[in-house]
Design a protein around this ligand. Structure first.
Ligand SMILES: Cc1cc2nc3c(=O)[nH]c(=O)nc-3n(C[C@H](O)[C@H](O)[C@H](O)COP(=O)(O)O)c2cc1C
Length: 435
C-alpha cells in the first residue's frame, strides 16, 4: 500500500440541458440547442477533459404525464452515443436500452456496433422499463417479476451473441478468399421461457467482448439481478446509511454468487447544486425550486406512488400514509415507491417529495460550494458506500460545468480522481477484466 487513495469511478448523466425539471427556464440553459449534437458533444468533451470514466444517457419509452411542461425526455441514446464516438477519444459511452420492449438480437447489434465504432468504449444500462407499454401494443405492462425474468434471459442471449464469434474467427485471407473461419462462428441456439434466438450475431466480436453491463435495481429482484449480471450499479438512495447498506448488499450478493466483489462497481447517484458559498448554493436551490411547474411535479410523484390522486393535497402538509397503495401492488418502480414511502414516514411534506422527484429523479441532492461537494463525495467513498458516483447535474450549463471545472480538479489534486486516462476502453477505465 502506498497510502494514496484509490480513484473514484465517475459517470456524468447527459440528460437534456439538466435533470432539474425547471432548469431549462434559466436564461442561459441552452435549451434551444438541447436536441443538437453540438450540445451533447460539448458536455461529453468537458467530461472527457475532466477524465471521467463515462457519460451516460438514459432512455424512456413514453412521455410521463400528459402535459409537456418539461422538455421531452431525450433523444434515443445509442444514436447520440454513436455520434459522440466521433467527437470524443477516450471517455466511455453508456446508454440505456429496455429488455422489455426490445429484442436481444437488436440490442446486441446496437451495442456491438457502438463498441466497434468507439473502439471499446460502449456500456449498456439494462433497464426493464416501468412505463410506456401503450406504445408497444395493447398488452398491459408485464409484472415486475416477469420483467426481471425476461431481463435475465435477455442478458444471457446478448452475451452469447457477443461471444458467438471467437477471438480468432477473422481470417481476412485475400488469397484463399476466407474472410472468417466458419467453424469459429457459432450459433447460440438459445431456448428459454421468454426468448428463442438462434444466432450467431452478424457482427464480429466487439473490442470489449461484452460492452460494460450496467444496472440500477433497488427492489429485491433488481438487486438480485445486479449482483448476478451487473459490472456497474447505479445506487439511488438518500443519505449515507442507506447508501452503505445498499453497497454492502450488492457486494455480498455478488460474493455469494462466486463473483469478486471488486468486479462490480457501485456508483452512488448524486445531484450537485453548486454555489460560490454555501449560502449561494442554498439560494440557487430555492431559485431552481421556484422554476418548477408544481402541478406537473405533483403528477410525477403521484405516478411514482402507484397512480394515486394527489390533486387535493396541500403541498406543505405531510401526506397521510394511508393514501398509499399496498406496496405489494406496485408494478412500476418499486424502488422509487419505497423511497417516497420512507420520506412520508419520516414526516416530509408533499412539496419535499415533488422537489426530490423533479430535481434528481429520487437521487441524493447535495447543496454546497466546491469544497463541500468534494468533501461530501470523499465521505461516501471513504465510508465504502460507493466506488464512485453517477453525477446528475440539475443544469449542465451551471452546476455541470462547475462540477467538471472545479470539483473534479479538486478531487484530482487530492488524489481521488484520475488525472490522466491509463487505458483506452471503458473496461480499462473501470478496472474490469475482459470477459
Ligand atoms: C442513475 C439511474 C439511471 C436510470 N436510467 C433509467 C433509464 O434510462 N430507463 C429506465 O427505464 N429506467 C432507468 N432507471 C431506473 C432503474 O432501471 C430501475 O427501474 C429503478 O431503479 C427501479 O428499480 P426496481 O425496478 O428494481 O425497483 C435508472 C435508475 C437510476 C438510479
Amino acid at each position: 500500500m502506498t497510502g494514496k487513495p484509490r480513484h473514484m469511478h465517475l459517470f456524468l448523466v447527459i440528460g437534456n440541458v439538466g435533470q432539474h425539471h425547471g432548469a431549462w427556464r434559466e436564461p442561459d440553459s441552452g435549451i434551444e440547442l438541447a436536441d443538437s449534437i453540438d450540445f451533447h458533444a460539448e458536455v461529453a468533451q468537458r467530461a472527457e477533459a475532466a477524465k471521467l470514466d463515462a457519460v451516460f444517457i438514459a432512455d424512456h419509452l413514453a412521455m410521463l404525464g400528459r402535459e409537456a411542461h418539461a422538455p421531452a425526455q431525450h433523444l434515443e441514446p445509442v444514436t447520440v452515443l454513436s455520434a459522440l464516438s466521433m467527437r470524443t477519444e477516450s471517455i466511455g459511452l453508456v446508454g440505456s436500452a429496455s429488455t422489455t420492449f426490445n429484442e436481444p438480437f437488436n440490442v446486441a447489434r446496437q451495442f456491438a456496433s457502438l463498441d466497434h465504432l468507439s473502439r471499446g468504449r460502449a456500456g449498456w444500462n439494462i433497464v426493464t422499463s416501468a412505463f410506456g407499454e401503450e406504445n408497444f401494443g395493447s398488452d398491459p405492462l408485464p409484472s415486475h417479476a416477469s420483467r426481471y425474468e425476461r431481463a435475465g434471459e435477455f442478458v444471457e442471449v446478448t452475451k452469447a451473441l457477443w461471444r458467438s464469434w471467437d477471438a480468432d474467427a477473422l481470417a481476412v485471407d485475400r488469397d484463399s478468399g476466407v474472410y472468417a473461419r466458419s467453424e469459429r462462428v457459432h450459433p447460440i441456439n438459445f431456448q428459454g421461457e421468454h426468448l428463442t434466438v438462434s444466432g450467431p450475431l452478424n457482427i464480429p466480436r466487439p473490442p470489449q467482448v461484452h460492452p460494460v453491463l450496467v444496472q440500477a435495481g433497488t427492489s429485491a429482484d433488481g438487486m438480485a439481478f445486479a449482483s448476478r449480471h451487473a459490472e456497474v450499479v447505479f445506487s439511488a438512495h438518500q443519505g449515507l446509511p442507506m447508501a452503505k447498506r445498499y453497497y454492502d448488499e450488492i457486494k455480498n450478493g455478488a460474493k455469494r454468487l462466486g463473483r469478486d466483489p471488486d468486479s462490480i462497481k457501485v456508483l452512488f447517484g448524486l445531484s450537485p447544486i453548486l454555489g460560490d458559498t454555501q449560502k449561494d448554493a442554498e439560494e440557487r436551490q430555492r431559485a431552481l425550486a421556484g422554476l418548477l411547474n408544481i402541478d406537473y411535479a405533483k403528477q410525477l410523484v403521484a405516478f411514482q406512488l402507484g397512480g394515486i390522486d394527489l390533486t387535493n393535497y396541500d403541498l406543505d402538509e405531510k401526506l397521510p400514509l394511508d393514501v398509499l397503495p399496498d406496496p405489494t401492488t406496485i408494478n412500476r418502480r418499486q424502488g422509487r415507491f419505497d423511497l417516497y414511502r420512507q420520506l412520508i414516514e419520516d414526516g416530509e411534506t408533499l412539496r419535499r417529495l415533488t422537489e426530490v422527484e423533479a430535481t434528481a429523479a429520487g437521487l441524493q441532492v447535495a447543496v454546497g460550494d466546491v469544497e463541500r461537494m468534494a468533501n461530501e463525495m470523499i465521505t461516501y467513498f471513504e465510508a465504502a458506500a460507493a466506488d464512485g458516483f453517477i453525477l446528475i447535474p440539475p443544469s449542465q450549463r451551471v452546476d455541470g460545468r462547475r462540477l467538471l471545472s472545479e470539483v473534479i480538479p479538486l478531487l484530482q489534486e487530492r488524489g481521488y480522481a484520475r488525472a490522466t486516462y491509463q487505458g483506452t476502453t471503458l473496461r480499462e477505465h473501470l478496472g474490469l477484466a475482459r470477459p
